[in-house]
Ligand binder design. Structure first.
Ligand code: ADP
Length: 256
């Protein structure tokens, strides 16, 4: 968050540098079930962000001291790969990826019926292939579809989007330059049906009035993302029904 209001990011007609209006989402594409080996998977493009999510489990949790006898634990690993950003990103975990992994795990602990699977772990892997701001939101949106694709019972799908402030205006779905030179970045995730907020972070400052405006922009966008998530799952099942049932022993060359 540069907070540098001298950089003009919205023109006099209210058009942003990538041609969007303040209440417009970037192009969104969601595919469910893109990986064979994972129990569930999804691929999301949000503008120039490209994110892959894979889910394994519920499976017996190791090491055993991490098991919870009352419920499943959810372990998320968010990772940005080396070529996902302009300058090569130093591979491996850093403070930022640890934070994002934690907040995404916590969001899903609230929606997944973890008490159905005591002593197990549900593992979510999020790989950011290309980053352009808003990757935690794209990752959470993808992970939610991947969990559904894995057949894991949940209260609902969870869409996620960021709202922010640039040139003193509240805008939806910040892209990279807006994130760099803007005044605030507010990622959020919500169950649209109930209005329950599962993620809300704020980098920068919004006044109360600006925050209300941010919610006004976010809620319809979250409904739009939710519809795209459901559509991706519906397309995935449509394909599956038209396919011949496949024998996992012969459908792919075996390893080893
Ligand atoms: P989010 O991707 O959820 O918006 P941030 O606000 O922390 O998370 O990051 C904004 C953007 O900054 C990222 O989407 C990415 O484009 C860029 N970025 C983050 N970390 C790095 C890094 N280590 N090197 C280069 N660019 C980065």
């Amino acid at each position: 968050m540069g907070g540098n209001s001298n950089v003009k990011l919205i023109d006099d007609n209210g058009i942003r540098i990538d041609g969007r209006r303040v209440d417009e989402l970037r192009n969104l594409k969601i595919e469910a079930g893109v990986l064979k080996r994972a129990d569930g998977s999804a691929y999301v493009e949000l503008g120039k962000n490209k994110v892959l999510a894979a889910v394994y489990g519920p499976r017996e949790c190791h090491p055993r001291h991490m098991q919870n006898p009352a419920k499943a634990i959810i372990q998320c690993k968010y990772n940005m790969i080396a070529f996902s950003v302009g300058d090569r990103k130093r591979p491996g975990p850093d403070r930022r990826s640890v934070e994002i992994s934690k907040i995404i795990s916590e969001a899903f602990e609230y929606v997944v019926f973890t008490e159905n699977y005591p002593r197990t772990s549900i593992d979510i892997y999020i790989e950011v292939l290309q980053a352009n701001a808003g990757t935690r939101c794209a990752g959470l949106t993808a992970a939610s579809v991947a969990l559904a694709d894995a057949g894991i019972p949940m209260k609902d799908l969870v869409p996620s989007v960021a709202v922010g402030k640039v040139n003193d205006q509240v805008v939806l779905d910040l892209q990279k330059e807006e994130d760099n030179f803007g005044q605030a970045d507010v990622p959020m995730a919500m169950i649209p049906r109930t209005g329950e907020v599962l993620l809300l972070q704020m980098d920068g400052h919004l006044t109360r009035v600006q925050f209300d405006r941010a919610m006004e922009l976010a809620v319809p966008a979250l409904h739009q993302i939710y519809a795209a998530q459901k559509d991706a799952l519906a397309r995935r099942y449509a394909v599956e029904q038209s396919d011949e049932p496949e024998d996992p022993a012969t459908s792919e060359p075996q390893e080893g």
